[in-house]
Design a protein around this ligand. Structure first.
Ligand code: GLA
Length: 608
């Protein structure tokens, strides 16, 4: 009896000590109040999937040492619900653990659950399977869309509720949608989404919208705080526009772009740290709360890069590197602007300047010559047959490549038209390369020679990243998405080979060279794991894995010529590197570097 009493008392103590103290965060007119006292948010954006989990704490500590008191992150729906109703919050996807890590180092959190997030991320964070039904309208009041969003948010709510500030967690504010005013102007859509947030428990505290200055009216709701997003050079104008739009509302910048992203085939971006520090200083002294986009960009590992499109017809896929020229570089090391920004924050707040964290040196490791290879042609799965080409989404495939095959009737030649080819294709006749089509360049046709007899036509299509901006997101099905004709006549009877490339260990390698679309393997020998950069200048275009980790894409057009291989993903001894090159040849070369290589630099930031 006594024993039971002692146990009960113990359990009670556990319960009471386990319940974290509740805090409050609120908006009163222009003031942000934390536990009733005025609070200036000095935040920076970090995305949990763009940072190896073993480095989350390191990056958060360095962000804090720059003077930040808060971090901002999106939640990336497509990572968490890879198939309808199948959820993944493990490992890299454990967003709750990331938020707890932030709280552990003494940072508050601004949560941006989207579900549209933009962010140079595949389809702006939407799961690709939403596009299987071509009549579904993303980012609208379409009930098929809102039902999928509601189900997702209810699930996310379960993860997030304990992390809200009123429940003792780090999340002080939640952003509704993301720059909706740049996309549409339907208040019913925003209100409907807000109702879903409410049912998911995500709208119990401070909920706000964020928009670019010209879109504030279209993208805000009258009873929610509204904040503004802009980049270097825009501070004075954007502040004036926010203050005119909401004279009595909080002064806050949801994203101050302290850098910019890179796109394949275009210049590498660097922006002025001096200008950014000066504008940050102006904003902080004017009483603004600010979130830097990005404090640390990191890497869009795997297939997760998005693509830019302004007019909805142009296409600019983003690089795997999301370095962003942010204060902390892709490997988490402070660059010059880190110190400038830290000083601006210390000066504006009167708080002491923390020492700049030391850089973690990257190292070079020996890579073996490439000895094993596997031809794509020898590693095809069972095909799916259909009269017309099926999209990736119809095949139940989110990312990677699809090989489309058909047999052409004898004698035919002329223009092969692949309408709506998304987004890079190599065309083969009897395995001989006869054309390359690149959506960036608006290419949809290949010329086929007259054939003395029928031939096998193979079209190998890569999804180089779905668009994440503009109305184009609604028609971002991947693969052959439109009609295929040869000399004007429809081409029918297709076999589709799904190549999601999600498990390189299942390939059958041979100890020989390979030409054409091939997988290759080499070994990286590591004495003591350290960060390194894989130099891809000896390769053409494809995908690279370190062990089972998909590090991302390489493409000889740059501007990124290296892939980040973080120390926690290396082990002492031999590490297998597998890569797929669309244009394999005998001279493939792979090396490591102690620093990244970027191509031509421009410091002219584009207006988005
Ligand atoms: C906008 C979006 C962000 C990001 C930036 C550009 O502000 O809200 O997600 O795409 O542009 O990097």
């Amino acid at each position: 009896m006594v024993m039971r009493k002692v146990l009960a008392a113990g359990a009670l103590m556990l319960l009471t000590s386990a319940a974290p103290p509740s805090h409050s965060f609120s908006v009163h007119g222009a003031d942000l109040l934390l536990d009733g006292k005025p609070f200036q948010i000095i935040s920076g954006e970090l995305h949990y999937p763009r940072i190896p989990r073993a480095y989350w704490r390191d990056r958060l500590l360095k962000a804090k040492a720059m003077g930040l008191n808060t971090v901002t992150t999106y939640v990336f729906w497509n990572l968490h619900e890879p198939r309808p109703g199948v959820y993944d919050f493990a490992g890299q996807n454990d967003v709750a653990a990331f938020l707890r890590e932030a709280q552990g180092v003494g940072l508050h959190v601004i949560l941006r659950p989207g579900p549209y997030v933009c962010a140079e991320w595949e389809l702006g964070g939407y799961p690709a399977w939403l596009l299987k039904d071509r009549t579904l309208h993303l980012r609208s009041a379409d009930p098929r869309y809102t039902a999928a969003v509601e189900r997702w948010l209810l699930r996310l709510g379960k993860e997030m509720k304990p992390l809200l500030v009123q429940n003792g967690g780090p999340v002080i504010a939640v952003q509704l949608e993301n720059e909706y005013g740049a996309f549409g102007s339907d208040p019913a859509y925003l209100k409907g989404l807000r109702a879903s947030y409410k049912r998911a428990g995500l709208a119990e505290g401070v909920l706000f919208t964020s928009n670019q200055a010209g879109d504030l009216a279209r993208g805000s709701l009258p009873d929610l705080p509204s904040v503004v997003n802009f980049g270097s050079g825009g501070a004075r104008n954007a502040a004036a526009r926010l203050e005119a739009f909401r004279p009595d509302g909080p002064r806050m910048v949801g994203e101050y772009w302290a850098g910019w992203f890179d796109k394949w085939g275009e210049d590498h971006h660097e922006t002025s740290g001096e200008k950014e520090a000066e504008e940050l200083s102006f904003l902080l002294k004017r009483g603004y709360s600010v979130s830097l986009y990005m404090a640390h960009g990191g890497t869009s590992f795997g297939w997760m890069n998005g693509a830019d499109s302004h007019k909805g017809t142009d296409y600019h896929p983003d690089t795997t590197s999301y370095d962003y020229d942010a204060p902390l570089d892709e490997a988490g090391n402070p660059r010059a602007k880190y110190g400038l920004i830290a000083r601006a924050v210390a000066d504006a707040t009167g708080r002491p300047l923390a020492p700049t964290p030391a850089a973690t040196p990257a190292r070079r490791f020996p890579v073996s010559p490439i000895r094993r290879s596997a031809s794509l042609w020898d590693n095809l799965p069972r095909p799916v047959r259909a009269a017309r080409p099926l999209t990736f989404e119809e095949l139940g495939q989110n990312f990677g490549y699809v090989l489309y095959r058909t047999t052409l009737p004898a004698g035919q030649g002329g223009t092969l038209m692949l309408k709506g080819m998304h987004s890079y294709a190599q065309v083969y006749l009897d395995r001989r390369l006869v054309g390359t089509l690149d959506r960036r360049l608006g290419q949809e046709t290949a010329e086929l020679p007259r054939l003395p007899r029928g031939a096998t036509l193979d079209v190998l299509v890569e999804n180089t990243g779905r668009v994440n901006y503009s109305k184009a997101i609604r028609t971002e099905q991947a693969g052959l998405t439109g009609a295929v004709t040869l000399a004007g006549a429809p081409v029918a009877d297709w076999r589709m080979f799904s190549l999601p490339m999600d498990d390189p260990s299942r390939l059958r390698f041979k100890a020989q060279g390979c030409t054409g679309p091939c997988f290759f393997q080499a070994e990286l020998t590591v004495d003591r794991p350290a960060d390194t950069w894989l130099d891809t200048r000896g390769l053409h275009k494809g995908q690279l894995w370190l062990g089972a980790r998909n590090l991302g894409r390489f493409w000889s057009i740059g501007p990124a010529f290296t892939l980040y291989a973080p120390a926690p993903w290396l082990r002492a001894g031999r590490n297998t590197i597998t890569f797929f090159d669309l244009s394999g040849e005998a001279g493939e070369r792979l090396d490591t570097m102690a620093r990244p290589i970027f191509g031509k630099v421009t410091n002219v930031r584009e207006a988005q």
